[in-house]
Ligand binder design. Sequence first.
Ligand SMILES: NC(=O)c1ccc[n+]([C@@H]2O[C@H](COP(=O)([O-])OP(=O)(O)OC[C@H]3O[C@@H](n4cnc5c(N)ncnc54)[C@H](OP(=O)(O)O)[C@@H]3O)[C@@H](O)[C@H]2O)c1
Length: 295
Amino acid sequence: MSSIAVIGLSGQLGQPVLAALESSAFADRIAYPIKALTRKDDKVSTDKVQYIQADLADTAAVAQALKGTDVIVELTTANPVLFGHVEKIVAAVKPKLVIPSQFGIHVGAAQELAPGFLGIKIDHSTNLRKLGVKVVDIATGFFAEKSSFSYELVQHYGVDTATNTINQLGPDDAKASISTVADIGYVIASVASDPNPSRFPDSLKVYSENVPVKKVWETYEKNHNVKLELKSKKSAAEARAELKQIWDTEGFVPAKFLLYLNYILAQGEGYGVLFGENERELVNPGEKYWKWSQY
Ligand SMILES: NC(=O)c1ccc[n+]([C@@H]2O[C@H](COP(=O)([O-])OP(=O)(O)OC[C@H]3O[C@@H](n4cnc5c(N)ncnc54)[C@H](OP(=O)(O)O)[C@@H]3O)[C@@H](O)[C@H]2O)c1
């Protein structure tokens, strides 16, 4: 039975991860309570979840609170300062397994197009591995959540929601690997509670499905009762050249984050957004633990 700590609860994944860890799916593999670390002071602990109010900057206090924990799941903002705090905490706690805050595109694969893009995630996992712990990076593709990514936030699919227009990058049949946040919660819970985490590859690619970009446009149109107008269209090669030009001249501009993702999506399989391989059987063989959801 694994004792598990979760860090960073109030973002996209906190609720789905806790829901999966508390569900019956993995209950016989988990030593409850889960230690759930948050800066918030309004949480009420239960027999399954023990909330710990702390700031990650207080690394010694957090390490003390997590002493003896087998698995640390990090769901924080991808931020080098926070990552530095977590590395100190991991060095002191020495868990058996760390699942770092990767979740999203396969960052390593995107390096060919935009060298250094999200490199802080790669550096973080490298630093954690140097501490001698097993680290499983989980790439999930784009998040899908009805009130948020891939439904309301659709700029990475080329949609300008301010003008209801589309700047299409890539072919008409472009697709993206996406995961619902519910599935991501289960994937994380499955890896975190696995009795033998050394069986997982260092980098795991798991997703709910590959969704046509056109389906995301149509879903947005339906949900908002609007017609999106095609404003411009560029081939994958044109998109690649344009990304290279802006990346080489400007470097990383935070406001263009979703645009970079769109350029990467346009390149198709193997560049970080559309995965060739789905390693879902490693975490949920034959849907033994849960039923995969769909976009
Ligand atoms: N592929 C996609 O579509 C996609 C979309 C979104 C995110 N992601 C990835 O998913 C991961 C989580 O992202 P997110 O957007 O959910 O994160 P987020 O909302 O920015 O932050 C998650 C949590 O991190 C903790 N945190 C933030 N700043 C902190 C600080 N200064 N000190 C201590 N804790 C702090 C907070 O937890 P508390 O408030 O509970 O303390 C916060 O709720 C990231 O790796 C991100 O890149 C991918």
